[in-house]
Design a binder for this molecule. Structure first.
Ligand code: UD1
Ligand code: CA
Length: 477
């Protein structure tokens, strides 16, 4: 938008959060709080966006290093008016209107700011404030109007008399200003208030005293302009954002059985006809195809999931790729760099790390596969373990296409199993196995006839003589 620049106020620590982390970096629906305001600013296509930061400035800059924003530093937090002043020199070559946003108001929508800008431009006023009415206005600056309904000034909670505290019309902290008017009036404000700060809100009083009309635009949805000062408000904002995200996916053809207990980050994408059961966390850059079913209690982070995939109950899936029609879980753990082909089946209590399983491979029960490459249609029997670590280094297990691995097999890596081989149950593989062969390592079984019965008889005699308990303590029984 030509003739528009944006200043975002974000230098405060956020004392009321009672945190070591600066407020604007607190995660909200998986993203740091300030990212919402930065995204909003970007969507308005201003000539310039300046964020005023102070507390933990280096950390903030690093977090948002790939955003198109200029940083202004406010070394000491002397109030919102003082904060805006810090952006002045960065706007030397700019003429037009300045929109002030706050880094702690992440629910604000583009439509509302556009409405503010439109009204500001059409009325031709020097200043337009975004207000709203709240049933519980506690903590906000109150907007005081005169007998004609014109805005006269803003009074902060801490400076307000009991009568003023009853005012339900509040300042959202979002404004449109004529740039020259803004900086000229800011040079007049004084920290004569309960907090000893330079209040940006005092600019409103200055405008009124000069006989300028102050334009006010009311936000219809009061949730949207909620400022986050405490963790209680953070959780309320989280609810609102989560609901927006879930509503969007449901309107796009995703079934969410219980939106209240389904936590989808803003950065996630989900295909149509996917069904999500309650109590799932779908996080980060996860992409889920169409027609999938995600049963209850899973956490999925940065995963790429194909179409028609089933994630059965209680899985943890991290930075993994899953092919079409695969079935995962229940109780499976896919650790980073796992790549599963189409129609792969991963069952109960299976952990996979940095491994590739090609199309149609199966590991259905109680297995650990680490640093392995498993070919097409391989069957991995119950209780198979890749012994990939010798205490110093990690080694690879390579299993060719169509290999059948029986139950309770250990692969002492590095080893290679040729295509079509069979590994017998209970085998410990220490050497490579040629294609199409049988590998078996077992000690010969002995069955001693009648031994058990005899043992029991001896045991009962000893018990009669009071010795049974002692023997059992030695682990004989
Ligand atoms: C502010 C407004 C209040 C309004 C409310 C809306 C003032 C004086 N008050 O109050 O009228 O109802 O927002 O949410 O403006 N900041 C700085 N530097 C500073 C002080 C603050 O950058 O020296 C930043 C904060 O990091 C924050 C924003 O400005 O992002 C607002 O500051 P905060 O202290 O939260 O103001 P409120 O008390 O909420
Ligand atoms: Ca605030």
């Amino acid at each position: 938008m030509k003739g528009i620049s944006i200043i975002i106020l974000a230098a405060g620590l956020g004392t009321r959060m009672k945190s070591n982390l600066v407020k604007i970096l607190h995660p909200l629906a998986g993203m740091p709080m300030l990212s919402y305001t930065l995204a909003l600013a970007k969507s308005l296509r201003p000539e310039k966006t300046i964020a005023v930061i102070g507390h933990q400035a280096d950390k903030v800059k690093e977090t948002f290093s790939d955003y198109d924003v200029d940083w202004a530093i406010q070394k000491e937090q002397k109030g919102t008016g003082h904060a805006v002043m810090q952006a002045r020199s960065l706007l030397n070559n700019f003429n037009g209107n300045v929109i002030v946003l706050s880094g702690d108001t992440p629910l604000l929508r583009k439509e509302t700011v556009s409405k503010l800008i439109k009204s500001h431009k059409s009325k031709g006023n020097r200043v337009t404030i975004l207000t709203t009415e709240l049933n519980n206005p506690y903590g906000y600056g109150r907007v005081i109007t005169n007998a004609n309904g014109k805005v006269e000034r803003i009074v902060e909670e801490k400076d307000a008399s009991d009568t003023i505290k009853k005012t339900r019309l509040i300042n959202t902290g979002i404004y449109a200003f004529d740039k020259d008017f803004l900086f000229n009036s800011l040079s007049e404000i004084k920290p004569n208030n309960a907090q000893g700060e330079y209040y940006l809100t005092d600019v409103i009083g200055i405008a009124a005293k000069r006989g300028l009309e102050i334009n006010a635009v009311k936000a219809q949805d009061s949730d949207e302009v909620m400022g986050i000062n405490t963790r209680l408000e953070l959780s309320k904002a989280e609810k609102v954002i989560r609901k927006r995200i879930n509503d969007r996916w449901m309107l796009n053809g995703v079934t969410i059985i219980d939106p209240e207990t389904t936590f989808v980050d803003d950065t996630v994408e989900i295909g149509r006809d996917t069904i999500i059961y309650p109590n799932n966390f779908i996080c980060g850059k996860t992409r889920i195809g169409g027609g999938c079913t995600i049963y209850s209690n899973s956490r999925i982070i940065d995963a790429k999931i194909g179409s028609d995939v089933k994630i059965k109950d209680s899985c943890l899936i991290e930075e993994s790729k899953i092919g079409d029609r695969a079935s995962i879980g229940p109780f499976a753990h896919l650790r980073p760099h796992t790549e599963l082909g189409r129609d792969v089946k991963i069952g109960n209590f299976v952990e996979i790390k940095k491994s590739v399983l090609k199309d149609g491979a199966k590991a259905n029960h109680l297995t650990y596969l680490g640093d392995s490459h498993v070919g097409r249609n391989v069957n991995i029997g119950a209780g198979t373990i890749t012994c990939n670590y010798d205490g110093f280094k990690k080694y690879k297990t390579e299993i060719g296409d169509n290999v059948f691995v029986g139950s309770d097999v250990q692969f002492i890596a590095p080893v290679k199993i040729g295509k079509g081989a069979i590994v017998a149950a209970g085998t410990t593989i220490t050497e490579d196995v040629p294609a199409d062969s049988l590998a078996i390592s077992r000690t010969k079984q002995i069955s001693k006839k009648g031994w058990a019965k005899k043992r029991r008889r001896q045991g009962s005699i000893k018990r009669v003589m009071g010795q049974g308990a002692k023997d059992r303590g030695k682990g004989v029984g």
